[in-house]
Ligand binder design. Structure first.
Ligand code: MLT
Length: 265
C-alpha cells in the first residue's frame, strides 16, 4: 500500500503495462476488486484504492464532492506516473468515473461501468440521502451498513458468499460515520452525466447484474445504448455487487475487453 494525498492506494502488477484504475462502490473499499485484480495483474498495472472517507483512506471533515474524488484520481495517476488509464467504476465509482472522463478525457483510454447510472439524484433520492446522513451521524455506521448492504444483492448471493458475507459486513461496519455520511452528500450533489454519454468515443464496457435493484438492467441497457459502440453485458445470478457476487465471470469479461484493447495490437 502507498499513501497518496491521504488515500490508501494499492498498485499491483508491472507499471510498464497498460494501467487500469478501479473505483469501488459505496460503502465498500478496494477489496471489492480483489478477484479481478488477482487475475488482471498478470497483464495490466492494476490500481485499486480506497475512496476518501472509506477503507483506510483519510476521512478529514467529510465534506466531500465528486469533484474532489476526481481530483484524487488525477493525483493518484500523476503520482504513479500514469499518463492514461482505463477507468473501471461500480455504482458510486461509476458516478466518479463518468465525471472523471467528462472533466479529464485525455487521461483515460477506456471505460468500464458496472451497476451505475448517469442520472443525478431526483428529489426523492436527495431526501432519502438526507435521512441516511442524519441516521448515520446520530447512530453510527453499523446499523446503517447492516440495513443497506442486503439491498445490494439477492439472498442467493448472500448464501453463496457465506462467511465471506459476514466477514464483509464486519469490515464495512468499521467505516467512519463522517466518511460514509460525506459520501452520501457527495452523491446527492453529483451532476447528471447523460449528455456526456452521447459524446463518449473511447472503448466502453457496461455490465449490470441480472437482479440489480439499484441500477436495474432496463436502465443500464438504455444507458449503454447512448454510448457509441459500448458493449453491454448482463451478469446472471447477481445483483448490484457483480464483482463480489460473480467474481470469475466479471474478471473474465473485463479481461476479454482489455485484451481486445491492448493485447491484440
Ligand atoms: C453504491 O453502490 O455505490 C451506492 O448504492 C450508490 C448510490 O447510493 O447511489
Amino acid at each position: 500500500m502507498v499513501i497518496i494525498d491521504g488515500l490508501a492506494v494499492f498498485p499491483e502488477g508491472d507499471d510498464k503495462k497498460p494501467a487500469i484504475l478501479f473505483v469501488h462502490g459505496f460503502p465498500f473499499d478496494h477489496f471489492m476488486w480483489d478477484a479481478q485484480i488477482a487475475e488482471l495483474k498478470q497483464n495490466y498495472y492494476c490500481i485499486g484504492y480506497d475512496l476518501r472517507g472509506l477503507g483506510k483512506s483519510e476521512v478529514g471533515n467529510g465534506q466531500f464532492t465528486i469533484e474532489m474524488f476526481v481530483d484524487d484520481i488525477i493525483s493518484i495517476l500523476n503520482t504513479l506516473h500514469v499518463k492514461k488509464a482505463v477507468i473501471c467504476g461500480l455504482s458510486m465509482g461509476g458516478y466518479i468515473a463518468l465525471r472523471a472522463i467528462e472533466r479529464e478525457p485525455e487521461r483515460f483510454n477506456g471505460l468500464i461501468l458496472l451497476d451505475t447510472k448517469a442520472d443525478a439524484d431526483d428529489n426523492a433520492n436527495k431526501i432519502r440521502r438526507a435521512a441516511a446522513v442524519k441516521h448515520i451521524l446520530t447512530n453510527g455506521s453499523a446499523g446503517y451498513v447492516k440495513a443497506f448492504v442486503p439491498n445490494t444483492m439477492p439472498d442467493s448471493s448472500v448464501k453463496k458468499l457465506g462467511t465471506g458475507y459476514t466477514g464483509m459486513i464486519e469490515r464495512l461496519i468499521l467505516a467512519s460515520p463522517v466518511g460514509i455520511a460525506g459520501c452520501q452528500l457527495a452523491m446527492a450533489a453529483r451532476t447528471d452525466t447523460n449528455d456526456l454519454l452521447l459524446n463518449i468515443s473511447m472503448p466502453t464496457l457496461v455490465m449490470c447484474g441480472e437482479y440489480d435493484s439499484l441500477s436495474p438492467v432496463f436502465h443500464m441497457r438504455a444507458m449503454a445504448g447512448k454510448i457509441r459502440n459500448a458493449e453491454f453485458v448482463v451478469i446472471k445470478d447477481a445483483g448490484h455487487m457483480t464483482p463480489l457476487e460473480q467474481p470469475e465471470m466479471v474478471s473474465s469479461i473485463i479481461s476479454t475487453f482489455l485484451n481486445g484493447l491492448f493485447l491484440s495490437k
